[in-house]
Design a binder for this molecule. Structure first.
Ligand code: NAD
Length: 259
């Protein structure tokens, strides 16, 4: 892909917590392909300290607070963007959360509150943000990209309620793609192999997941933040203009193995 692929494009990124975040890998890759108009959001004051310098390092236009459970903050983000920009070329949704106690032991023991919280933050937020962004995305034939994991399809020990949230997320990608397709808006997901990030550290035994993926994946290694970033850049670019409602694996091939 050429360096100017994203020249003149505008994007909104949810999910940067620090420089290890997959969302940051995606922003860096898209920036390398020529995008100069970024808006970032951060969830809470503590993360602002980390997100703002990263955003400033690529001259982001906006750095806005947004906890996805707070409708007033979501409204404020889209009001600001809508006043300043005539549209959006891409929206990155790299947001997930589950209570630590729900990422270990038995899925059977998930509480109602834990279940609803995981599904609200990790899945409903995609629906909510896509609805808010739809008119801006439609104005520029834009696309939405979210992040999933293999635990959506198969049982991965300790992934538990997050696997259920990712299954709902992947189904949401298809329903959103169907709703927004007639307006020229695409919606896709990347199912990424395990990468050491803040969110990943919340899953009990995550280091073991990295080891097993490395041992079993056809490429005999784990994927990098940059590899997910490059695939995301492809899906958000015109090179993927015919692709929507899809889940693309960026997992060194792990998902194809039966044994
Ligand atoms: P990360 O911790 O860097 O990113 C998770 C982000 O979710 C953080 O920026 C956090 O602020 C945000 N978030 C959590 N609750 C929020 C809320 N209420 N409002 C707004 N934002 C909120 O970790 P990551 O691994 O980069 O995660 C990004 C996405 O990638 C997640 O959807 C995750 O499930 C997915 N994913 C991660 C892996 C992996 O192994 N790291 C693999 C596949 C998919």
């Amino acid at each position: 892909m050429d360096g100017g692929l994203f020249e003149g494009k505008r994007g909104l990124v949810f999910g940067v917590a620090n420089d290890r975040s997959i969302a940051w890998g995606i922003a860096r890759a898209i920036h390398a392909h020529g995008c100069r108009d970024f808006a970032f959001t951060f969830a809470g004051e503590i993360l602002e300290k980390r997100v703002r310098p990263l955003a400033e390092s690529i001259d982001a236009r906006f750095v806005l607070p947004c906890d996805v459970t707070d409708d007033a903050q979501i409204d404020a983000v889209f009001r600001t963007i809508g006043e300043q920009w005539d549209g959006l070329d891409f929206l990155i949704h790299a947001v997930a959360f589950a209570n630590r106690e729900d990422l270990e032991g038995r899925f059977l023991d998930t509480s109602r509150d834990g279940f609803l919280r995981a599904l609200e933050i990790s899945c409903y937020s995609l629906v909510n943000l896509s609805r808010h962004a739809a008119p801006l995305l439609a104005a520029r034939n834009g696309s939405v990209l979210t992040l999933s994991y293999y635990g959506a399809e198969k049982v991965v020990p300790n992934y538990n309620v997050m696997g259920v949230a990712k299954a709902a997320l992947e189904a949401s990608v298809r329903y959103l793609a169907s709703d927004l397709g007639p307006e020229g808006v695409r919606v896709n997901a990347i199912s990424a192999g395990p990468i050491k990030t803040l969110a990943a550290a919340g899953v009990r035994g995550f280091r073991g997941m990295l080891g097993i993926a490395e041992e079993k994946a056809p490429l005999r290694r784990n994927v990098t933040q940059d590899e997910v970033g490059q695939a995301a850049a492809f899906l958000c670019s015109n090179h993927a203009a015919g692709i929507t409602g899809d889940v693309l694996y960026v997992d060194a091939g792990y998902n194809i193995m039966g044994m």
